[in-house]
Structures are given as structure tokens and as C-alpha cells.
Design a binder for this molecule. Structure first.
Ligand code: PLP
Length: 385
């Protein structure tokens, strides 16, 4: 019998223990006994592979429709893993408003390995085509982008990438395979942070790379062992537990985010709301087509004169913290937090204003969340009056 993705998720790690445990045990060991010096068993040394990580890799590969997956110690370790597959001097074309940490890593690696990087607005297919008129090795897409939630046409940009003989990568952190399947749309590789919506409980750090091609996955697995960047057993256990509720969490958090985005959009103290679920959002039609949900993130700007710092301090249910996608709602000011490593000029080019506020909507009751936001907006406007 073939199961739906929701069933696979709910049963991640269930009934797979040879000893009969219903949920998968955690193997806290660094090495496995060999029967004979020259022959390793299924597991040998935990840097190379460990059972909990292997289980999570299988579940993520299934979720993304990939030939396999490698689970890494963080999302950044996953992105760095990709770069091991590129010869020195390769040219990378990257979306101009990707996660701040991605830019920091790509810039530093470009210097060390003489990669050339062009940051391009990949939401503009003509700009992508222009960028690919010169030889490129890798095209890095993040959609929806973080924090402005711009939507890139995955099928169109990946088709151009293939024609140009390059490899396409999509960072799927914000939606996860529960709401977007880039490999089905033509991407070669999906990369992401497990720290965010995938695990969803803000209690571990991890990442993954999943590719459609098994040979490519073998090379990534070789690098995981060689460079020692694989995820640990306990973090894999936590992410496996988180995955079982991913389909439900993604659906509920997206529904609340849409509800709040509509109300924020109508609020007199808010000048702009970015949420792909709003029909007025520039990427709405594309998001509706290539995604199966609009995700937990909203970004917004307050009317001139209202101080974003004071606004975030006034919130009770939205905790001021860097992450996203957890069961608890969070708020951040990207220019001072996630994107602080970018230069002010690069931030301006990516549309990240100093006053931009990003919300990650959790599982709290949506009416409580709205009261918290509207009370804080009310206090902000009273303060400025
Ligand atoms: C957080 C994040 C990363 C990095 O993941 P870590 O697990 O924090 O290393 C990469 N891409 C996006 C879009 C992110 O939000």
C-alpha cells in the first residue's frame, strides 16, 4: 500500500527497531563492535553514520522526493557541504535576498576558493536568464526568501539552470517538503535547516542536503564523513520526533499566519505586509501554484514614526529571538539580527529596511496572538501621538 506524505511523517521512526520498540531508540555510542577486524557492520563509527541520523535521512529523502539525504550539524553545515562539490574558481549565481548567514558563508568561501558569486534577483526570470548567459556551476535559490518572502519560479529558474549546464539548489527551510517540493519542480538539490519548521520545537540545531541523483548523494555522504559535519544522535532523535507532527504544524501555523497577515494589512499603523498568502502579494499566484501552503512567516513595516524596537518590546506572546518555525511565536528585526552581517548597502538592495519586523507564527490561539499584536500596535501609536 502506498502512503501519503502525512502518513509517512506521522510514522517517522515507528516500528523500525529490530528489538521491537515502537519508537526508534537513541543510540548514544561513538562506535560499534566489529566481529572481524577487516569487516564493518551496518554501523561502525558514529561520525560516518549513526542509526538515528540514518532514520532521519530516510524520512527527509521521502519528504523531499530525493534519492537520499545527508543530515548535518546545522543548516549552514549543509550549505557548506554543497560547496565541496564545486571546483575552485566555479561561478555561483545566488538569489540577492537569501538568509544573511548564507551570504556570509558564500562570500567567505568565494574568497578562499576563488569562487565568483553574483547575487541576482532570481524572482525576475529575465535577470536569471541574463546571469546564466555566462558559464555557471551552481544556482542557489531561496523561496520564499527570508525575510521579504519573495517568490522565485522554481520550475522556470531550474529549467534555465539545466540548459546552462549548471546545478540548481533550493533552500527549502521556510516551508519544508510539507509545503513545497523543489525536486518535483526540477531542482537538482534541496538544502535546508532542520532547526526551524522541520523540527519545529526550537530545541536542536541541524540541517540537511537531499538530491535527486544517487551518485551526487554518495559524494555528499563521503564529505560528511571526511569533514565530520554529520548531525549527532540526540539531535536526530529530536528532529525525528518533530517530523511526526510536521504536516499538522505547517498547516495550522500557515492558517494562523494568513489570518494575522490579513488583519495586519488592514491595520492603520502598518504600512506594508509581506505574506505570500495575501492576494495582493506580488508572488501570490506563483506561491499558490508551486507551494501547498504559505508558511509561518510574515514581515511587516510600521508607519513612519513608530519605533520597531519599542513595538517588539511590547509584545508578550511573540518572543524576541532569531529563529523561526517553532511551535512558539517569535518576532525579530532582521537588520539587527539575522541579517546584521550584511552591509547596509546589500541590505538596502535586498529590500531589508531598518524598520522591517519579521513574525514567525506559532501554535498559540490566533485570537490571543492578534490581541497581542493589536495591543502593541495601539501602544506604539499612543506613544508617537
Ligand atoms: C536558519 C536558516 C539557515 C541556517 O540554518 P542553521 O540551522 O541555523 O544553521 C539557512 N537558510 C535559511 C533560510 C534559514 O532560515
Amino acid at each position: 500500500m502506498s502512503w501519503s506524505s502525512a502518513t509517512h511523517l506521522a510514522r517517522t521512526g515507528i516500528n523500525c527497531d529490530p528489538g521491537g520498540a515502537v519508537t526508534a531508540p537513541v543510540h548514544l555510542t561513538s562506535a560499534w563492535r566489529r566481529e572481524e577486524a577487516g569487516t564493518a557492520g551496518a554501523f561502525d563509527y558514529a561520525r560516518t553514520a549513526n542509526p538515528g541520523r540514518a532514520l532521519l535521512e530516510e524520512a527527509i529523502a521521502k519528504l523531499e522526493g530525493a534519492a537520499g539525504a545527508c543530515v548535518t550539524a546545522s543548516g549552514m553545515a549543509a550549505i557548506d557541504l554543497l560547496l565541496n562539490d564545486l571546483p575552485a574558481g566555479s561561478r555561483i549565481v545566488c538569489g540577492h535576498d537569501v538568509y544573511g548567514g548564507t551570504r556570509r558563508l558564500l562570500d567567505a568561501r568565494a574568497e578562499g576558493r576563488r569562487f565568483t558569486i553574483n547575487y541576482v534577483d532570481l524572482t525576475n526570470v529575465a535577470a536569471a536568464q541574463e546571469a546564466l548567459s555566462r558559464p555557471a556551476a551552481l544556482v542557489f535559490i531561496e523561496t520564499p526568501s527570508n525575510p521579504r518572502l519573495r517568490i522565485t519560479d522554481i520550475a522556470a529558474v531550474c529549467a534555465l539552470t539545466r540548459e546552462a549546464g549548471a546545478v540548481s539548489v533550493v533552500d527549502n527551510t521556510v516551508l519544508t517538503g510539507a509545503q513545497q517540493r523543489p525536486l518535483d519542480l526540477g531542482a537538482d538539490i534541496v538544502v535546508g535547516s532542520a532547526t526551524k519548521l522541520l523540527n519545529g520545537h526550537s530545541d536542536m540545531v541541524g540541517g540537511f542536503v537531499a538530491a535527486r541523483d544517487a551518485t551526487r548523494m554518495e559524494r555528499f555522504a563521503w564529505w560528511v564523513n571526511a569533514a565530520g559535519v554529520g548531525g549527532g544522535a540526540f539531535d536526530a532523535f529530536l528532529a525525528t520526533r518533530g517530523l511526526r507532527t510536521l504536516a499538522l504544524r505547517a498547516k495550522a501555523q500557515s492558517a494562523s499566519a494568513l489570518d494575522l497577515a490579513i488583519r495586519l494589512d488592514a491595520h492603520p499603523s502598518v504600512t506594508r505586509v509581506d505574506y505570500p498568502g495575501l492576494t495582493a502579494h506580488k508572488g501570490h499566484a506563483l506561491a499558490a501554484e508551486q507551494q501547498s501552503g504559505f508558511g509561518p512567516l510574515i514581515s511587516m513595516e510600521l508607519v513612519g514614526g513608530l519605533c520597531p524596537n519599542a513595538f517588539v518590546q511590547d509584545l508578550d506572546l511573540f518572543t524576541l529571538a532569531q529563529s523561526l518555525g517553532g511551535t512558539e511565536s517569535l518576532v525579530s528585526i532582521p537588520s539587527l539580527m539575522t541579517h546584521a552581517a550584511m552591509s547596509p548597502a546589500d541590505r538596502a538592495q535586498a529590500g531589508i529596511a531598518d524598520g522591517l519586523v519579521r513574525l514567525s507564527v506559532g501554535l498559540e490561539d490566533v485570537e490571543d496572538l492578534w490581541r497581542d499584536l493589536s495591543d502593541a500596535l495601539e501602544r506604539s501609536s499612543t506613544r508617537s501621538a
